[in-house]
Write a protein that binds this ligand. Structure first.
Ligand SMILES: Cc1ncc(COP(=O)(O)O)c(C=O)c1O
Length: 404
């Protein structure tokens, strides 16, 4: 074994890293399940899991073993050959999603790039020269050129013009606005939305998941592709394998990443229905698409989720957490929103400092999004005991914060 020990990063140490991240002054050197540890052994309850990534917890022994074994056997060949683990991972993912064709990517943004390419090619095949995609206000689809243009946040787009064109923006949840767009733009080919807007503040549409059913109907009516971004909501996060499974519909194009590899960087863009057959040989690719190592991780994650009934656990513990938060914070003027282990607590005031307070005073890792929404994305296999531990830290942190 190569036992290299790194010296802890000092706050004033010069860095060669591009300063694109606002980093907190803490680093974790080890994790186990729902907990993270600093160099000195201090334990933190991780209610964020790398932003909806490590759903099965940190350093999961079965996943660690699969990675180690595959790394010592074969990491990567190329997609100019058959990759048996890729075929097996696609089979598993098709089983849990109901999708038919799968392309493995390396991130959420890259999965959405694939979806945008599918929509454009879908238009091209019908002779539409300038195909347009409907996207929502306050959406987040990634940081690449096309996905930042699709994203409904001006701050993310600022400085990167000219933006990729071909997106029509409507308010999230507003079906009339979509129908209105259909009247004015005969060249629309697809709608791309998140079932729950994660970065936007853990928002479902005002009409809940029936928004997705309404979109499905409009897409059928106009021969558009229904495309769902489940980068954050997928892989069991909301108490179903994918969030659209809270309804009876299925999208034509589905993207995911984050929890798909439990921390190993891998994503997927999937098609069924009218999305099938749009991309053909030579239309898309990536050197790292579905490496033997990445694919084995996906296979192992899905296999574990199935064998250990993890999605049902996420639904159960998630609704316990939401009920408890509503009860324990009943007198605090907060709104608790949640599906499975994707929970947002909207506070009556901006609360970005709560991240630091929770971390330093309660050893609890959380995130704040949309300025005043505490976002919880805990492990999907969390126990009741750990959920109580989370509440024991979070509830007083919020109460004390709101008291001043
Ligand atoms: C809904 C959604 N789409 C896309 C992305 C981008 O994923 P990645 O950061 O892996 O590119 C994210 C990341 O937060 C996301 O939440």
């Amino acid at each position: 074994m190569n036992n290299i020990t790194l010296a802890p990063v000092q706050p004033d140490q010069p860095s060669h890293l591009m300063p694109v991240f606002g980093r907190q002054p803490i680093s974790f050197v080890r994790g186990r399940g729902s907990y993270l540890y600093t160099e000195d052994g201090t334990e933190y309850l991780d209610a964020l899991t790398g932003i909806a990534v490590c759903g099965l917890g940190h350093a999961h022994p079965v996943i660690a073993e699969a990675i180690a074994e595959q790394a010592a056997t074969l990491i990567h060949t190329s997609n100019i050959y058959e990759v048996p683990w890729q075929t097996a991972a696609a089979q598993k993912l098709a089983e849990v999603s109901g999708m038919e064709e799968i392309f493995f990517s390396n991130s959420g943004a890259e999965s959405n790039e694939g979806a945008i390419k599918i929509a454009r090619k879908f238009g091209f095949l019908q002779g539409i020269a300038h195909p347009k995609i409907i996207v929502a206000d306050r959406s987040f689809h990634g940081r690449t050129m096309a996905t930042l243009a699709a994203t409904g946040n001006k701050k993310i787009q600022e400085g990167f013009g000219p933006l990729v064109e071909g997106f029509i923006r409507v308010p999230f949840g507003d079906i009339e606005a979509i129908e209105e767009a259909a009247i004015h733009h005969p060249d629309i080919v697809a709608i791309l939305v998140e079932p729950i807007q994660g970065e936007g503040g853990v928002n479902t549409a005002p009409q809940g998941f029936s928004y997705l059913e309404e979109i499905r109907q409009i897409c059928n009516q106009h021969n558009w592709l229904m495309m769902l971004d489940e980068v954050q909501t997928g892989n069991g996060r909301t108490g179903k394998y994918f969030a659209y499974q809270h309804t009876n519909i299925i999208p034509d194009v589905l993207t995911t990443a984050k929890g798909l590899g439990n921390g190993f960087p891998i994503g997927a863009v999937m098609t069924q229905g009218r999305g099938v057959g749009v991309l053909t040989a030579g239309n898309h690719g990536s050197t790292y698409s579905g490496t033997a190592l990445g694919s084995r991780v996906v296979y192992t994650v899905i296999d574990l989720m199935q064998k250990e009934n993890i999605v049902a656990n996420a639904a159960e513990i998630g609704s316990y957490l939401v009920d408890q938060l509503r009860t324990q914070l009943a007198d605090q003027n907060v709104i608790v929103r949640g599906f499975g282990m994707m929970i947002g607590i909207e506070l009556p005031k901006a609360c970005s400092e709560l991240v630091e307070i929770a971390r330093d005073e309660y050893h609890l890792i959380i995130n704040v999004t949309a300025g005043n929404v505490v976002r919880l994305l805990p492990t999907l296999n969390m126990t009741h005991e750990q959920a109580d531990d989370l509440l024991k830290r979070l509830v007083p942190a919020i109460k004390n914060f709101l008291a001043v």
